[in-house]
Design a protein around this ligand. Sequence first.
Ligand SMILES: Nc1nc2c(ncn2[C@@H]2O[C@H](COP(=O)(O)OP(=O)(O)OP(=O)(O)O)[C@@H](O)[C@H]2O)c(=O)[nH]1
Ligand SMILES: [Mg+2]
Length: 314
Amino acid sequence: MASKITKISLIGIGGAGCNTINRLSDIKHGEIPYINTVAICTDKTMLSQCKAKTNILIGEKITEGRGSGGEPEIGERAAKEGEAAIKEAIKDSDFVLITAGFGGGTGSGASSVAAQIAKELGILTIVVYTMPFEFEGQEKLNIARQAAYNISKIADAYLPIDNERMFRIIPKDISSIDAYSLIDDITWNLIKCILFSTMTNTDRKMSLELNMTDIETVLKNSGKFFFGTGTSSIKEGAMLAYKKAVNNPFIDYSIENATRLIVHINCNENVRLKEISAILDSIKEKASEKAIILKDCSFGKRSDILVSIIASFD
Ligand SMILES: Nc1nc2c(ncn2[C@@H]2O[C@H](COP(=O)(O)OP(=O)(O)OP(=O)(O)O)[C@@H](O)[C@H]2O)c(=O)[nH]1
Ligand SMILES: [Mg+2]
């Protein structure tokens, strides 16, 4: 089979979205070279520091590059003004992942416009967003809720991450950058899972069990979805990585009653078949009786085991 790489665009919107792209560029540089990164922001200064492949300043006529002032209506109008540039930056993509922090004006207002543009281009469109911390106040929460509602009407699938929930489970002395990095890891692992599951690249030793159609089976028009990853050493066994993945502490729902699932196991060849079958048995037990369960193993040089699960619901 010819080498075919899924073209993924990661779009970071607003301050939080730009930060995510920057942190991922810092840490993950070179790990996956062919991901298209696009930053969209109303704040010129913020954008000038962003390391995305394409930086798009939106709403310059309205805001003069000074941000949305916390107003989602401005974020939305700004994104509409930037429609042509957004379209140009993502038009060749097979898959778009939008990331933003909801609660401010830009991410909350512009995300649904960007999602709409991607959808109209016929691209599978997924959104990972955060809900604000309690200490940010009721107004930001209301803005975020409205943005979440808007996105649920447009995106194929979305993953809400509650900052407050994260705040309750992480060590209290962690820096805010490290805390946000934990959320970025979810986004990054999701991208890796999609990419590894769909690539038929001959220089990696892949089992070629899934393709983009399978990803669509699970994520197209599916609404809220579940995603989790976990790692373990070969000695600890794949089951531990699986348990960490299904118990993703940042998400307040589980794979219980999921109707479409992808389980992706990334490991070296020392992982035993019976470990993989035990994982599948456990998933079958938790998911809906009628669930479609798609499995993919990719065997690389890694010394640990990475299990990722994407699940959606009817
Ligand atoms: N995941 C993540 N969330 C963040 C980060 N910084 C802020 N947030 C959250 O994201 C929400 C939105 O903040 P920003 O992204 O700065 O807002 P914006 O979209 O740029 O909107 P305006 O600044 O009002 O134009 C905040 O209320 C926080 O809850 C970050 O670096 N990562
Ligand atoms: Mg901002």
